[in-house]
Design a binder for this molecule. Structure first.
Ligand SMILES: Nc1nc2c(ncn2[C@@H]2O[C@H](COP(=O)(O)OP(=O)(O)OP(=O)(O)O)[C@@H](O)[C@H]2O)c(=O)[nH]1
Ligand SMILES: Nc1nc2c(ncn2[C@@H]2O[C@H](COP(=O)(O)OP(=O)(O)OP(=O)(O)O)[C@@H](O)[C@H]2O)c(=O)[nH]1
Ligand SMILES: [Mg+2]
Ligand SMILES: [Mg+2]
Lengths: 295, 278
């Protein structure tokens, strides 16, 4: 789709104008089909698109569009504003404790960017004068612990690891270690897992029960398609997810998963990953995401 | 239900939801719904429950079995280059392929050409030990193309049947990284002029429509000869592979179904399409 949404709607409405008649509600409904296509092309999940289009549909057949000289701009503005409204809101900052270490648990599907993002958060928190402790609780993936240790060395942030025990044990011991060594943020990097893997999802529940994290962040790859709804729903059902981090936004995926995940979990997108280097973490801006999704 | 010789709206909506939900994308989903309508009108199908079989047969034509066959060199070593975006499963797939071919009695060599990411070389080294194959890795700070070159030298000198080169994840919109891949290919050709014999694009099965873009750019820039679709042991259906057919013709060669070295299967169009169309 090389034409922007505004362009394609513009040519649609101008064809009607060229026929010399006024824009009607039916015309607007037809224009909305173009919007629906754009959202699906952008990987927003179908059930989310349906709900979203119902909301937009009501506003779109209002006077603003029908009476406008440039109906396509009015329509796109309504859609854009609705996207911003849906994706924004909620506590977009990390909730850091004043007493005792703040425990942040990272979770998500395989390869979504958890380990890299955990290190990015440590980098960010260290720059703010905090004393983070990185915890290598992925005992599954070959060299996962080594990966976090290398990143910790690059940042001059300590990494806690322990062999011969279960991931929940590593996490519990790490929190104790943080208290003993005066580290005030504990970042738990966990192994990637499928939301349908009951044993591994139970393992996450155990980590949560035994360490009571203040933040549980779901790390989602920005290029994920319709499956975003399935996985986000399941993680959110089994854990008190407090926020989402969308990664690899330096790619060219439209990122409709952002809307899907926000819609099904109701949890705020707190950060976005925009590169492989450890300083490539930014705050989430709903208006930028809305523009990107609409292509 | 079935109104005259026309599929009802409920049937069409359900079909559309299934296809979009599988990541076929809205355009292809619409085309297929139209096809089903057409077949119904022409009496090629008689009832709604024949739609799945009909569409499956239609789409299956795009996946002739001979296309999925792996490519080998006329004389050893066969060089396979593993490429794809970050986190798609390249390193794990490299290990799976090493295991697969070792089981078939081939002498397999691995090359750890991801010299960039933290512990990437360690990760593939651990896999080489588990699978029981040799590995070539560079010095600290080595360039990926020099690792590939050294690996080709060893493969030739020590008569390996197969060389698998794992590369760093890279987003296709990063020109310098795509240029690096072209450089690796050129360097391979210096030692093995007919190589790489296979360039496998590893695609995460949960990817949406961006997979189309990935396939286009990697095919244009790195001469991709086949796809590996990973993580299909999850709930994603990998339907973006069908969406990309309109833009680029790359055969699917392998499916990744888990995190162990045995979790790799040669692509089978029937089971892949069964999962999508139901
Ligand atoms: N370009 C880009 N690459 C990223 C970003 N975040 C992570 N990556 C890369 O994505 C790949 C996977 O990252 P990891 O941090 O290993 O992912 P993970 O979720 O920990 O993976 P598992 O532990 O195996 O589930 C690596 O190559 C990272 O460098 C990002 O924002 N942009
Ligand atoms: N469930 C499942 N997980 C997989 C599959 N293939 C790979 N993985 C997991 O996905 C994650 C990333 O795999 P890697 O092999 O490190 O991916 P990569 O493409 O080499 O990553 P980078 O080199 O960082 O770009 C790991 O946790 C793997 O175990 C698969 O078929 N199914
Ligand atoms: Mg990890
Ligand atoms: Mg790798």
């Amino acid at each position: 789709m090389f034409e922007t949404l505004t362009e394609s709607l513009g040519s649609f409405f101008s064809k009607i104008g060229a026929k010399g008649r006024k824009i009607t509600e039916t015309d607007v409904k037809e224009g909305l089909r173009t919007v629906r296509m754009a959202l699906l092309e952008a990987d927003v999940a179908l059930p989310v698109v349906k709900t979203f289009m119902d909301k937009v549909g009501e506003k779109a057949v209002g006077q603003a569009v029908l009476e406008s000289v440039q109906p396509q701009e009015q329509l796109v503005k309504i859609v854009h504003d609705e996207l911003i409204d849906l994706m924004g809101g909620g506590e977009a900052q990390l909730v850091l404790q004043n007493q005792g270490p703040t425990i942040i648990m990272m979770c998500g599907l395989q390869g979504s960017g958890k380990t890299t993002t955990t290190a990015k958060l440590a980098n960010r928190l260290k720059a703010k004068g905090r004393k983070p402790l990185l915890v290598a609780a992925d005992l599954q993936r070959p060299a996962a612990v080594a990966q976090l240790k290398v990143l910790g060395e690059d940042l001059d942030v300590p990494v806690f690891s322990e062999s011969g025990v279960s991931p929940p044990d590593v996490c519990v011991h790490a929190v104790a270690h943080a208290k003993q060594t005066g580290r005030d943020i504990v970042l738990l990097d966990t192994a990637g897992r499928l939301h349908i893997d009951d044993d591994l999802m139970k393992e996450l529940e155990t980590v949560q029960q035994r360490t009571q994290p203040h933040e549980i962040l779901l790390v989602v790859d920005a290029m994920v398609g319709q499956d975003a709804v399935q996985s986000a729903k399941e993680f959110d059902a089994r854990l008190p997810i407090s926020g989402v981090i969308l990664t690899k936004l330096d790619g060219d995926a439209r990122g409709g998963a952002a809307l899907s995940v926000k819609h099904v979990t109701g949890k705020p997108i707190k950060f976005v990953g925009v590169g492989e280097k450890l300083d490539r973490l930014e705050e989430f801006h709903p208006e930028r995401m809305a523009t990107r999704i609409l292509g | 239900l079935l109104v005259g010789r026309k599929l009802g709206e409920a049937e069409c909506d359900e079909l559309r939801a299934t296809l979009i939900g599988a990541d076929l994308g809205p355009r292809l989903a619409e085309d297929l719904v139209d096809k089903a309508q057409g077949a119904f009108k022409d009496r090629a199908i008689e009832s709604a429950d024949q739609i799945a079989q009909f569409l499956k047969a239609e789409v299956k034509k795009q996946f002739p079995p001979q296309d999925s066959a792996p490519r080998f060199a006329d004389e050893a070593p066969t060089v396979i280059l593993i490429v794809g975006v970050n986190g798609s499963g390249k390193t794990t797939t490299t290990a799976k392929l090493a295991h697969f071919y070792k089981q078939q009695g081939q002498k397999v060599l691995l090359a750890a050409a991801d010299t960039f990411r933290a512990a990437a070389v360690e990760q593939l080294t651990l896999w080489s030990e588990r699978v029981g194959v040799e590995i070539v890795k560079g010095q600290q700070g080595a360039k990926p193309d020099s690792v590939a070159y050294t690996a080709c030298e060893k493969a030739l000198a020590q008569k390996f049947d197969l060389l698998l080169i794992d590369t760093a994840g890279r987003l296709h919109n990063k020109k310098n990284l795509m240029d690096e891949l072209e450089k690796i290919t050129r360097v391979i050709k210096k030692k093995v002029p007919s190589g790489p014999h296979e360039v496998l694009l590893v695609l995460d099965g949960t990817t949406g429509q961006n997979a189309v873009r990935q396939a286009e750019v990697f095919t244009g820039g790195a001469g991709v000869t086949g796809l590996v679709i990973t993580k299909l042991d999850g709930t994603a259906k990998g339907g973006a592979v069908l969406a990309m057919r309109s833009e680029v013709e790359v055969p699917v060669k392998w499916i990744g179904l888990g995190e162990q070295m045995t979790d790799l299967k040669p692509f089978d169009a029937d089971s892949f399409l069964d999962a999508i169309f139901g």
